[in-house]
Design a protein around this ligand. Structure first.
Ligand code: 13P
Length: 254
């Protein structure tokens, strides 16, 4: 059985001081005491040091929201994999906001995945279609081609250990979540099946696949009840202490 993983992607929100206050509130809420589920917070780079200190010795894991694929050098403003790995277990790679606003492509995402593994990080790879692609019936093509291009050249062991988040772009920050059945279908047919074809049954069954897009305490159960949905990548609703309720819902569903 796969252990569900619920991660909070804080995006460009919260100063280091605000991040510390939220993590303290989450720990007070018992977020790291919930058995059978892995909880992760992904603050901005400037809060990683403080947040990772607070999470030391707890079951709350820390992730970053991005990294650069080169190990070091003249790349002003970028953060190397090894720098992220000082503070984090996880790293989000290829979020649609990075693809949409910052020019990330399947090629750079693939390099970043390899670089993350090289530094001992576990990636949370994001894939998902736009509203227009969804309406044009292109969800299968878009999601499967992202999965294939992004994972190219990885090993079955690496794939087994990582996480993919299916995040339909039309559901991000819009309040318009996919239904549990829609997310299950995409995750099974267009993510887990192609991963099986590429890396074999064992890797595909071990890999955890999250749903992301307007997940909140009131709708989380709908997703976690689905057989192929192994948790969630949560944006807006991860910025408040009741993010813990979503983590509880994942534990209760499995
Ligand atoms: P929301 O939960 O705010 O829709 O964001 C989803 C997301 O992009 C998480 O990475």
């Amino acid at each position: 059985m796969r252990t569900p993983i619920v991660a909070g992607n804080w995006k460009m929100n919260k100063t280091a001081a605000d991040a510390v206050a939220l993590v303290k509130a989450l720990l007070d809420n018992g977020i790291d005491q919930i058995a059978g589920v892995e909880a992760v917070v992904c603050p901005t780079f400037t809060a990683l040091d403080a947040v990772s200190r607070l999470c030391e010795g707890t079951n709350l894991a820390v992730g970053a929201q991005n990294l650069y694929f080169e190990p070091n050098g003249a790349y002003t403003g970028e953060i190397a994999p090894e720098m992220v790995a000082e503070f984090c277990k996880y790293v989000i790679i290829g979020h649609s906001e990075r693809r949409g606003y910052f020019g990330e492509t399947d090629e750079t995402v693939n390099k970043k995945l390899k670089a993350a593994f090289g530094a001992g990080l576990l990636p949370i790879l994001c894939v998902g279609e736009t509203y227009e692609e969804n309406q044009a019936g292109k969800t299968a093509d878009v999601v499967t081609s992202q999965v294939k291009a992004d994972l190219a050249g990885l090993t079955a062991d690496q794939v087994a250990s990582m996480v993919i988040a299916y995040e339909p772009i039309w559901a991000i920050g819009t309040g318009l979540a996919a239904t549990g059945e829609q997310a299950q279908q995409v995750i099974h047919d267009y993510v887990r099946v192609p991963v099986t074809e590429m890396f074999g049954e064992a890797a595909a069954q071990a890999m955890r696949i999250q749903y992301g897009g307007s997940v909140k305490p009131s709708n989380a159960q709908e997703f976690f009840g689905q057989p192929d949905i192994d948790g969630a990548l949560v944006g807006g609703a991860s910025l408040k202490p009741d993010f813990t309720e979503i983590v509880k819902a994942a534990a209760e569903a499995k």
